[in-house]
Design a protein. Structure first.
Length: 274
C-alpha cells in the first residue's frame, strides 16, 4: 500500500472541489479514475478485470454475442443498451457488475504502490460508468478494509506476489472456483493472473488463494537456494593485458619511372643509348 497518502490526498481534493475529469494514478499496477462532480463513476486498472470480463464469466452472454453487441453499438466498449434490449441482462444487474468492477479496480490499485497522481480533463465518456458515483473517501476506506481482511488471514497473500501450485495430494473441492484455481495454478501465476483467467474479481481470488493455502490445497514452492561462488585458494588472478601492437611501417619512398619521349626511345637509368 505504498503511496496511499498520495492517492488519498488527490481524491480528497477532487471531492472537495466537485471536480469532473480523470485522475491518472502512476505506479504498479496504477489505473485511471473517472470522476463526475467529485464522485467516482468508473475505474480502470491493468491489475483487475473489467466489467466485461465479469459479465462474460457470469454466463449471461457469450463471446460471440458480446462481439455482435459491440459491432451493433458502433464499437462501444460497454454496449449497455444492447445488453438490456436483447434481454441478456437488466439495468440493475449491469449496475451491480459495474460497481463490483469499480471497487475491485480500486482494491488492485491500493494493493500495489502509487508513485503519483495527475489530473486530466475528461475526454470521451468513461467505460461502464455507474449512474450514482461513489464518494472517494468511502471508496478508499472499503479498499483498505479489504486489504486488512486479507492480511488477517492465517496465510495472507498479495495479489501480485505469491505463485502457488496445487498440493501433491488433495481432495477435489466441491467449489467451482476452487477447482478452477487448482486447474490453473502452475507456479507462474499470481492471484491477479488467476483472476483474469477465471473472470473473477482480484479480491475474491486473493482471499480464496489465501484460504486454500491455509487448508493445504495450494502451496507456494520455496525459492531455489542461491549457488555459492567461492574464490580460488590463491585469490583471483587478474589477466595481464598484452603489449601494445607496434606502429605500422612507414610507406616506401616513391621511385621515378622512365618517361617516354615523343619520337624517341626509352632510356634506362644508367643505361647505354642506342
Amino acid at each position: 500500500m505504498s503511496g496511499y497518502d498520495l492517492l488519498a490526498r488527490a481524491l480528497a481534493a477532487c471531492g472537495r472541489e466537485g471536480w469532473t475529469g480523470v485522475l491518472r494514478v502512476f505506479g504498479a499496477p496504477g489505473g485511471i479514475l473517472y470522476l463526475r462532480d467529485g464522485l467516482v463513476v468508473a475505474v480502470e486498472s491493468p491489475g483487475a478485470p473489467g466489467p466485461e470480463a465479469l459479465l462474460l464469466r457470469s454466463g449471461r452472454v457469450n463471446g460471440e454475442q458480446w462481439a455482435a453487441l459491440v459491432r451493433e453499438a458502433g464499437g462501444a466498449r460497454w454496449p449497455a443498451a444492447g445488453l438490456t434490449a436483447h434481454g441478456y441482462a437488466g439495468s440493475a444487474q449491469l449496475t451491480v457488475v459495474c460497481v463490483m468492477a469499480l471497487q475491485d479496480a480500486v482494491f488492485a490499485i491500493i494493493a500495489g504502490h502509487v508513485d503519483g497522481c495527475e489530473r486530466a480533463e475528461a475526454g470521451a465518456e468513461p467505460p461502464a460508468p455507474v449512474a450514482v458515483g461513489e464518494p472517494p473517501a468511502r471508496l478508499l476506506q472499503g479498499a483498505v478494509r479489504k486489504l486488512a481482511a486479507v492480511a488477517a488471514l492465517p496465510h495472507p497473500v498479495h495479489p501480485d506476489r505469491e505463485r502457488p501450485v496445487p498440493a501433491p495430494e488433495f481432495e477435489l473441492p466441491p467449489s467451482v472456483l476452487r477447482r478452477e484455481l487448482l486447474d490453473r495454478a502452475d507456479g507462474r501465476r499470481t492471484a491477479r493472473d488467476l483472476a483474469f483467467l477465471t473472470g473473477r474479481g482480484v479480491y475474491t481470488v486473493t482471499v480464496e488463494v489465501a484460504r486454500m493455502l491455509g487448508e493445504g490445497l495450494l502451496e507456494c514452492p520455496a525459492a531455489p537456494e542461491p549457488i555459492p561462488v567461492r574464490a580460488p585458494p590463491g585469490g583471483i588472478r587478474h589477466r595481464t593485458p598484452p603489449p601494445p601492437a607496434p606502429p605500422p611501417p612507414e610507406p616506401p619512398t616513391p621511385v621515378d619511372l622512365p618517361r617516354r619521349r615523343p619520337n624517341g626511345f626509352f632510356r634506362l637509368r644508367n643505361g647505354i643509348p642506342k
